[in-house]
Every structure is written in structure tokens, then in C-alpha cells.
Design a protein around this ligand. Structure first.
Ligand code: SF4
Length: 473
């Protein structure tokens, strides 16, 4: 994906029953860094003594000092790496959130986005609830604290019955972890084993780094309590048809992860293969937009027989907030990220594979660079259908009016990009590539049809205080 305008919300990781719980959580978050780069945090329980550290920046920056991790003692830990989809990117919104209620601790980390957060927060606010953050996740803690149920797991379930939307959650108590996934199963959450300890993570690549074994997914609608007594699985919600996010396979998850029970690399390759079958083209080489489209490009190459080449070199050291020091240099933002390999492209008929097109502005600049490098023809192939609607389930996307496919036809985009041909994978084709049935997936950003009602006020800043007294942190 070329436009840096689509971001996953977060990565979460938890471990129960290991003396090095904080260190292993740090490594797990490190593997999940691609899911959020704004802030990170870890909370631990050392026989009921709770310790928390969080800060703005990459996982390696927040936990740069050895003594920070050493201070996080205990055999139970949960951690979070954040990209915001509700609430500003600021200190107050860094997770884990930690509260005390009825003289007990409760901490939470969240990957997802609640669609009814504004209504719930307004109602809680009117009844005197005091909010510390502008994140939707805090609402879950308020609802759990207000529940009249007897046990904490019951109170968590009670709270979750009132929220709508996407959530993969980890709660930490003094002596347990509670993992929960919304009934639709929008975002992934996997269970693994590390020697005698249980681990939970957004993606299984976090298990690989520490040497843990993938066991299974936390099921949509499952609440799993992990304690010294072992695993206790509950299904407290009304059964719903799962709608897992198909975009996890297309772009968000790492290709080395198992997501929704299947290896991402395998699905991504199949998407590329199908793209080559649906829209064949006569060409000399096929190149991918690094790194996210590499796997689909390999699939395209295998199926079409067109040789795979490295035609673009990506600079991996471009900061998250690259500031163009010389605005007068045209297309510098793209040039600083990608450099075309002239020796590969010159005089060739080139197929360029990308996983998706969001606004199209960066794709246009890159096509120009490829042409300037001497490509004779440029054929653009996209391993997903046109994105026509934003996501409200934990992916930060531009508004509908900024999505190029929401206001241009494929022919118009082809002309805008100035390519010899542009083709997108079909919706039916995309949904048929994972092993799960095609009805198991959310494809709302491609179809415009949402599985749950989206309230009219749904922006990322919907919970921000709209007054002159806004807190800056
Ligand atoms: S709308 Fe798109 S990005 Fe969002 S959950 Fe559905 S498929 Fe995933």
C-alpha cells in the first residue's frame, strides 16, 4: 500500500505464568510493531502488586532503558502498541488503562473500535462518570465497574454485552488474564503456549519471536479466563455470524502470521495468483510495491509465468513523520521512500502489483517515477477490489470523499494514474481465497455494506472535548 493513510489500530500481547512476563511481552509487542507505532505500554501483576509503564513512541523507545523492564516484575503481563482510531494520539490515551474498583485492580488493552461509544459515553457522563481519556476503551472499564454482577469476569461480560463494534481485548487482574473477542470477530486474537505459560497475541508472529507455539484462535464471541486454575472458556453473547476483517489478509497482518486460523502468506499468494488469472497481461517483468505487496506479487508471477523482479527499492529508515525539507523538489515524499531500479525497468513492459489503492495520489507519483526510469509500458494490478467506503471497525482510513474509488470509475482511475491498464481483483474472487467460507468475512470497505449499524457521528475525534479548555498532553 502506497498511501500512508490506512493504519491498523493496535497490537496486543499477554502472558500468564512466567517469571520474565514483562520481557516476553516486550518482545511480543516488538513483533507486533507494524500494528501501531504511536505509543506502547505494559502492565504486570506480581502477586497482586501492579506495575505499569507506558509512553509515546516505538516499543523499543518506550522500553529503551533496561531498568524499566526490570521494574515490571511479576508472572502476569499484558501490553499494547497503539495506532489511534478513537481519541487523539496523546499521553492520556496510551494503553494499558489501569483502574481500581472495589479495592481491586483492573487493566485493559484493546485492538478495535466501538461503534456505539459516543452514545454510551454521553449516557455515562450524564450520570456523573469521570473520564480520564478520550478513548472508547475506557468506556468498557466504566461499564464493568458499574456492573452488579458478582465476579470480575461476569462484570466484564456484562460490560461487553453493552458495547458494539470491534474488540479484541486483554484484561489483567491481580491473578488472571481475561481475553475477549467480539461476536463478529473483526480483529484477530490468537492463543499460544510458551513452555507452561499461556500467551495471547493479535498475531502469531509474536509467538514465533519468543519461541511460543500457536494453539488456536480466541473464537468470535469467546471470553477466555486464564488463571492458575487453567483455561475457562465462556460464550456469553448472542450467537452472531462472524465477519472477520478480510483486510488483515490483504495488507495489515504480517505474512508470517497465522490469522483467522490460516497462514497469511498462503492467502496473500492466492490473491496474487487469482489476480493473474482474472486479468492476464503480456509483460516482461512483474514488480511489487514493497513490502506489503511482495507476497501477492510472487503469486502473480508464479501464475502468469512473468518473471518477478525487484524494481523498486524501499528506504526502511524513513521516519514516521517525514518532513519535506525542500518542498520545491517535486514528488520528494515518494522519492524518499522508493527508488526505481533503472537497470530493471528500462525498456521493459512492467506489471506493478499493489495490495490496494486508497487515495491514489502516491500511486500516481510512483507510476511517474517508474516511467521516468524507462519502463515501456506500465500495467497496474491490485490484489483487492476498489476501496469505496471507510472502516469503522478498528482501521483508520480517510473519509469516503478522499477514497479515489468512491468518486472515480476504474477507467477514470486508470487515466488519472496514467497507466496502460489498471485492473482490480473481483470482490467474489477475493472472498473465495481464504479457506474459511466467503460469508465469514467483513468486506464493508469494498462493498459499502456494513454488518452493524454505523451511527452518523463516527469520526476518530468523536470523544474529544470540543471546548476551549481542551487538555494537551
Ligand atoms: S471495513 Fe474493511 S478494513 Fe474494516 S473490518 Fe471490514 S474489511 Fe476490514
Amino acid at each position: 500500500m502506497l498511501d500512508s493513510m490506512v493504519h491498523d489500530k493496535c497490537g496486543i500481547f499477554g502472558i500468564f505464568g512466567h517469571a520474565k512476563a514483562a520481557e516476553l511481552t516486550f518482545l511480543g509487542l516488538y513483533a507486533l510493531q507494524h500494528r501501531g507505532q504511536e505509543s506502547a505500554g505494559i502492565v504486570t501483576s506480581d502477586n497482586g502488586l501492579i506495575r505499569l509503564h507506558k509512553g509515546m513512541g516505538l516499543v523499543s523507545e518506550v522500553f529503551a532503558k533496561e531498568e524499566v523492564l526490570a521494574r515490571l516484575s511479576g508472572r502476569i503481563a499484558i501490553g499494547h502498541t497503539r495506532y489511534s482510531t478513537t481519541g487523539a494520539s496523546s499521553l492520556i490515551n496510551i494503553q494499558p488503562f489501569l483502574i481500581t474498583n472495589r479495592s481491586r485492580y483492573l487493566a485493559v488493552v484493546h485492538n478495535g473500535n466501538l461503534t456505539n461509544s459516543l452514545g454510551l459515553r454521553t449516557a455515562l457522563d450524564a450520570k456523573g462518570s469521570i473520564f480520564q481519556t478520550t478513548s472508547d476503551t475506557e468506556i468498557i472499564l466504566h461499564l464493568a465497574a458499574k456492573s452488579r454482577k458478582r465476579t470480575r469476569v461476569e462484570r466484564i461480560c456484562d460490560a461487553l454485552k453493552r458495547v458494539r463494534g470491534a474488540y479484541s481485548l486483554l484484561f489483567l487482574t491481580e491473578n488472571a488474564i481475561v481475553a475477549a473477542r467480539d461476536p463478529y470477530g473483526f480483529r484477530p486474537l490468537a492463543l499460544g503456549k510458551y513452555y507452561k505459560s499461556w500467551v495471547v497475541a493479535s498475531e502469531s508472529c509474536a509467538f514465533d519471536l519468543i519461541g511460543a507455539r500457536y494453539i488456536r484462535d480466541i473464537e468470535p464471541g469467546e471470553v477466555l479466563e486464564i488463571s492458575a486454575a487453567g483455561l475457562k472458556s465462556l460464550h456469553p453473547f448472542k450467537k452472531t455470524k462472524p465477519t472477520c476483517c478480510i483486510f488483515e489478509y490483504i495488507y495489515f497482518s504480517r505474512p508470517d502470521s497465522i490469522v483467522f486460523g490460516e497462514n497469511v502468506d498462503k492467502v496473500r499468494r492466492r490473491l496474487g495468483r487469482l489476480l493473474a488469472r482474472e486479468y492476464p497481461v503480456a509483460a516482461d517483468i512483474v514488480i511489487g510495491i514493497p513490502d506489503s505487496a511482495n507476497t501477492a506479487t510472487l503469486g502473480f508471477s508464479e501464475e502468469s509465468g512473468i518473471p518477478f523482479e525487484i524494481g523498486l527499492i524501499r528506504n526502511h529508515y524513513v521516519g514516521r513523520t517525514f518532513i519535506d525539507p525542500q518542498q520545491q523538489i517535486r514528488d520528494l515524499d515518494v522519492k524518499v521512500k522508493f527508488n526505481p531500479v533503472k537497470g530493471v525497468l528500462k525498456g521493459r513492459r512492467v506489471v506493478v502489483v499493489d495490495d490496494s489503492i486508497v487515495r491514489g495520489t502516491t500511486s500516481k507519483k510512483l507510476v511517474k517515477l517508474i516511467r521516468e526510469a524507462g519502463a515501456k509500458e506500465v500495467h497496474f494490478r491490485v490484489s483487492s477490489p476498489p476501496i469505496i467506503s471507510p472502516c469503522f471497525f478498528g482501521i483508520d482510513m480517510p473519509t469516503k470523499s478522499e477514497l479515489i474509488a468512491s468518486y472515480m470509475s476504474v477507467d477514470e482511475i486508470e487515466k488519472y494514474l496514467e497507466v496502460d491498464s489498471l485492473r482490480y481483483l473481483s470482490l467474489e474472487g477475493m472472498l473465495s481465497m481464504p479457506s474459511l467460507p466467503d460469508t465469514s468475512f467483513c468486506a464493508s470497505c469494498f462493498s459499502g455494506k456494513y454488518p452493524i449499524r454505523i451511527p452518523p457521528i463516527n469520526g476518530k475525534d468523536r470523544l474529544e472535548i470540543k471546548s476551549p479548555g481542551k487538555i494537551r498532553s
